[in-house]
Design a protein around this ligand. Sequence first.
Ligand SMILES: [Zn+2]
Length: 432
Amino acid sequence: MRKNMILFSLVLLYFVAFTAMGQEFPDTVIGISLDDYRVYLKTRAPLDRLYSRGEDCFFLVDHNELQQVEASGIEIRGRTTAPLVGSAHPVISSAQGDINGAYHNYNETGLLLRELETRFPGMAQVITIGYSIEGRELNVIKISDNVQSDESEPNVFIVGCHHAREWISVEVPLLFAKYLLENYSLDLGVQRVVDGAQIYIMPIQNPDGLEFSLHTYRLWRKNRRYNGDFIWGVDTNRNYWYMWGYDDNGSSPYPESEVYRGAAPFSEPETQALRQFLTANPPVGSISFHNYGQDILYPWGYTFTPAPDAVLMYNIAGQIARRIFLVSGRIYTYGSMVTALYLSNGDFTDWVYGAFGSPAFTIELSPEYMEEGGFFTSEQMIAEAFAENLPALLYFVDYFISGPDENQNPLPPPEKSWEKGFFYLHQNAAQK
Ligand SMILES: [Zn+2]
């Protein structure tokens, strides 16, 4: 009886809490011209940017933000309800219908990593580098010959899933780890990178957020920090130290924002763990996977001033784009983060480049637009995304062993990249 009362009270409390706090998830996608958005940013907080198309940028907004945009008087060019987030879909699923289909959740990822460690004891080692806010393991798998010893080989770091809803960004790094181990004895190219480098792969940077996206709200982005006032989440990809909080356009000081940068640099256990781990194992190169947009981006994100190694990173990004194009014919745009008109500060790549001076890339996986699925990548897409990124990943690791080999693939960059990339930036800069 007493037990029942307690249970009843808890259930009641749960409903009251949810009603009272009006926890409202963003459910509308709006388009705004880039010029209008720049004007908007002068007086208001940044919005959750999903993708760009031509002169328009598309954002996921909640009711309050929508009212703010309307009140600002700027033109809303297109408005649609975000797919599958209405009240009719309390639990959101994979494109195939069940909760995550072939996608790996936190537990499944952990199991696969441990299985690989067991199957390949000399080459794979799972390292728990910390714990998330809700106590989940933050796991990195190290892949190298003589994996138990720290050799004087270049450290290459690959990470996925800073952002909870970007499920496919777990798969590409995870499948890369599996591929390296399973093909070591079959493929000389694989052998070369495993023998020559120490490859660190972290499929899930934000496990709490991923689980929340799986079970509660499919479009969840941040981690699960409780900020008070019934507001949750820090954007862990705005929480890194370098140029943290540089301005309020590239990140937000407001907890309710989808790009909330947290109370201080490295305030989150998910970023603290990486600070500690990468300081002890400084990377010579790194890639952070996201989706969507089909972009390859490099620092800086916080400023329009080109990074000292902008040309080097531009060339590497171009080589990555070429290799992807050769596999699938998909065109990934490349350029610095601001080329993609994606101002950000406190993100992973700016920190890695700023702190370690090594080339750092964000790869926004397929698709390019929301109409092609957006975050709702199909199960079939897992194999496609991995296949199209595999030669690029092998090239990337090998670059730090063998150096640039630009003649390996003399294909010119996809034409559209130039239009949308540097050319576009210069065009915009010239207009300023
Ligand atoms: Zn992302």
